[in-house]
Ligand binder design. Structure first.
Ligand code: CTP
Ligand code: CA
Length: 226
């Protein structure tokens, strides 16, 4: 850990990170969620903390243990996470949105367990609010980093999300590649800024990916970006 004690590049910075998948209730025993272990977000929280930042981690569904010294706020639905993030981001210098947020939730949340009836069931879903786009519209001094999980046209989708959500960086991964994205301990990401590709990181541990990402962020803030 000596590298970290010498590289306190985020000293004094308040970093807000979201991680894990959201859970959208259908009834007391069922919910919709998505593939996300929370590992990438937790690794980012750990890296930021080791680099001297004051870290708040907003966690959805995950089995990861939070790093020591990090303030953790647990949430379930996209709506819960939206409330917490909107409240917390005012005080943040850097926001990293690694959470896999549901795009849709059940239109009706049943108070009692649904009993099976017919041979098929159609669920009606409604859109959730885009948390990143919401804070993107309201940001002032914050440096905003979003993620993009894609299976094709990585660059085009990443640049589109960067502009649409007013982000300073987008961390894009091609989740159709082996060893990339959800659940595993490794990742290979491409980082995009307003000018296009900033850096393509090789396949490596999520911890190493997190450290490089936080370094890139601190370099760009030091250079006056954001
Ligand atoms: N995101 C969010 N709130 C949502 C959906 C997504 O804050 N309701 C954030 C994610 O945390 C991530 C970024 O937006 O940082 C991109 O998420 P992604 O699912 O890749 O993109 P979407 O904009 O939802 O587009 P699509 O799923 O259709 O590709
Ligand atoms: Ca989505």
């Amino acid at each position: 850990e000596t590298w970290f004690t010498q590289n306190q590049k985020l000293k004094g910075k308040k970093v807000l990170i979201t991680a894990g998948g959201t859970m959208e209730r259908l009834d007391p025993v069922r919910y919709l969620t998505n593939d996300s272990s929370g590992k990438m977000g937790f690794a980012i929280a750990e890296a930021a903390q080791l680099m001297g930042a004051d870290v708040t981690l907003v966690a959805g569904r995950t089995t990861e243990q939070p790093p020591k010294g990090v303030k953790v706020i647990r949430t379930q639905s996209a709506a819960d996470m939206l409330d917490v993030v909107v409240n917390e981001f005012q005080n943040a210098d850097i926001v990293v949105k690694a959470a896999a947020v549901a795009d849709y939730r059940p239109a009706v949340v049943h108070e009692q367990k649904l009993k099976k009836t017919g041979e098929s069931l159609v669920l009606e879903l409604e859109r959730t609010t885009d948390i990143l786009a919401t804070i993107g519209e309201r940001k002032s001094h914050q440096f905003l980093v979003g993620f993009a999980a894609e299976t094709e046209y990585l660059e085009r989708h990443a640049m589109d999300k960067l502009q649409r959500k007013h982000c300073d960086l987008i961390v894009a991964n091609d989740v159709s590649q082996d060893g990339v994205g959800f659940n595993g301990d490794t990742n290979a990401v491409e980082v995009y800024g307003p000018e296009g590709l900033v850096e393509a990181l090789p396949l490596m541990s999520k911890r190493a990916t997190a450290v490089r990402l936080m370094e890139l962020i601190s370099e760009r803030i030091a250079a006056g970006g954001g």
